[in-house]
Ligand binder design. Structure first.
Ligand code: SAM
Length: 245
């Protein structure tokens, strides 16, 4: 996969991809990440990328010309037939695990990081394939949002995680993941559930499944409202509800 990040502050994005597992993915050739400085696509002495809004009002707007030129140049340089152009914006479709999965199947992503009051509307309408938000809050710029998106997508690339590591994760099914424990068996009086140390794999799997359903019911009941559960999960859920009433 190739990912280009178009930004006026490439320095913000240098850190997140230089450490740990994303760096390893880059080193292993699973993904190529390029930081593209929007100012390289300006033609004036001051490398101006923003301007005041028509109609008045506070703040600056990222101009269309450098963004169109940057994206068109990146498209011209790639072998991919249709690089997928994403605008990070609080007004976009909310990022979730399913969307991260869908994006991990693309070969080339071009991410546009907005700044100030955002981008000229013509960028949205004529340049962008998809608008994505990382949550219902407003950041100062799209750089951190794009780093979140890249992290969520790259870890789903084949070969990044051991297969079983991603299978049980939260949101992979409509359920949150079960709790985890490691040594020591007792810490400040808090004990690891004995079943996890029993060596009985069937019992452990059953306990984890129950915890997973319980957690989802307690913390994110909305996930259960919109999904079809496996019959055994339905039974677990009904038992939890029965105990409550
Ligand atoms: N005026 C814009 C609005 O009300 O929709 C917000 C602009 S925000 C201050 C500047 C930039 O940060 C946006 O253009 C976008 O790229 C990025 N941004 C802010 N919040 C975001 C979010 N929740 N998800 C994705 N990108 C976000």
């Amino acid at each position: 996969m190739k990912i280009d990040l178009v930004t006026i502050f490439p320095g913000i994005l240098e850190g997140p991809f230089k450490e740990s597992m994303i760096k390893r993915a880059i080193d292993q050739g699973l993904v190529e990440i390029s930081l593209v400085d929007l100012r390289d696509y300006t033609h004036d002495r001051h490398h101006q990328v923003d301007d005041t809004p028509y109609g008045g009002g506070k703040g600056m707007i990222l101009k269309p010309e450098p963004l169109f030129e940057a994206v068109e140049d990146l498209k011209a340089k790639t072998n991919e037939e249709h690089p997928w152009v994403i605008l990070l914006t609080p007004q976009g479709e909310r990022l979730n695990q399913q969307l991260a999965h869908d994006l991990s199947c693309k070969k080339h992503l071009i991410l546009i990081c907005g700044r100030y009051e955002g981008v000229d509307e013509r960028v949205r309408t004529a340049l962008v394939d998809q608008e994505i938000s990382i949550g219902d809050y407003v950041l100062t710029g799209g750089e951190l949002a794009s780093a979140v998106l890249v992290d969520a997508v790259v870890r789903l690339l084949p070969g990044f995680l051991a297969e079983e590591a991603s299978v049980n994760e939260s949101f992979t099914e409509p359920l949150l993941e079960h709790p985890h424990y490691t040594r020591p068996p007792v810490y400040r009086g808090m004990e690891v559930p004995p079943v996890l140390m029993s060596g009985n794999h069937a019992e452990i799997a059953r306990w984890r499944r129950e915890q997973s359903v319980r957690r989802t019911y307690e913390r994110r009941p909305d996930l259960l409202d919109t999904s079809i559960l496996m019959p055994e999960d339905e039974i677990i859920l009904n038992n939890i509800k029965k105990k409550e009433s």
